[in-house]
Design a protein around this ligand. Sequence first.
Ligand code: MN
Length: 471
Amino acid sequence: MSSEPRLRPADAPADLRAWLAALAARGALAVARDNLSLIDELAAVAKRTERDKAVLFPRPSGHDIPVVVNLFTQREWVADALGVSDDALLPHVLAAAQDPLPWVEVTSGAAQEVVHTEVDLLKQLPIPKHNELDSGPYITAGLLISRNPRTGVQNVAIHRCQISGPNRIGVLLLPRHTLAYYRMAEEAGEPLEIAIAIGVHPALLLASQAICALDEDEMGIAGALLGRPVEMVKCKTNGVRVPAHAEIVVEGRILPKVREPEGPFGEFPQYYGPRAAREVIAVDAVTHRRHPIFHTIVGGSFEHLVLGGVPREATLLQHLKRSFPNVLDVRLTRGGTCRYHLVVKIDKTSNGEPKNIILGAFGGHYDVKQVVVVDKDVDISSADEIEWAIATRFQADRDMVVVGGAQGSRLDPSTDDGIGAKLGLDATAPLTDDPLAFRRIHVKGEEEVDLSTALVKDPNAAFARLVAQLS
Ligand code: MN
């Protein structure tokens, strides 16, 4: 990773295509052979490459429209897509949430170069099936954009969308903003107009995951992340505005008083969300670029975890810094599904303080289940380093906090319908006058040594010569 060229801020790509070009330039874009199946096979390749490669499938199942997966398999890629350094990522996301840049309306956009009002989703779009027990093909990387029926303020969120028929989608609406708008419409006996934008700049996907208030339009956060307003165009069949640069847009209505079976579907905790009666979208139109690219996210893949994790990290960092200014950084670990396990890096000033920080972090988001507090000499991007801190600076009888019977994630199957225990570990070294007691060992010159001059180019030949001399 460290040897790959990194993007400079000025090079931040402008849309999905520019981001793909940036990935290709650094050797991080793989291209699949034609005709791999949209059912299971595409997702299988995506999972095997999820650590280090985005993959473009030019003709999956013979479909004309290419599919791309793994747009940001690593946290560093998110920083690159936004044109900032790793260290600046969370402050940049926070600043964007606090000072959004509202979108502007344009009269036409590439997203509407082709318009289908006769809709057949699986014929017109290359929609994959991802995890083994998923009920079928799903749109997983679409921005579901809706409008407050009273005020017209828009909301942007990602919801899993099951293809239930040629022009019918089953959608999971968790109790958040899309559902709030839908309830307003449903109480009035009206459908809720929506659009699903597929194939957008990574900043838009990230902004959709920002933890913000009802009637705060996430597209303004996307604009601030990009440093320029997102251009939006009005849908062909309803009043929703969608990103003009989107590759594909599905226009429709969430129907009032209609529920149909949706699920199961493989989710971020690495388990299946169950089948149940859920809301239904009637699709009225599909629009797209003349030659569009379809983006999909495999449920529970690194891309899914990282996308949800970064905005949550930003919110938790802000929450903790308000009470504890010496908190330096936070990380939601991948093993903890980028939701449940938090690591907090601090510049420790008193021995009791890590426990206060643990208790503060539990209050930051109900999903947080485990908090590990470490010193500033620990690299919190490394699971090995975090474990080392616990192995050498933590004693369970002295440094552990357990709070039972608290609200957790309902998607954590070990909880009792979401009620569970919180665990905190103070893995910081005690403040001591002994300068050697917790001083990490270090080899002088390790960081600076130049291996390209210290090691020979052809080690096998050199080894053979040495053996010959010795015999
Ligand atoms: Mn919202």
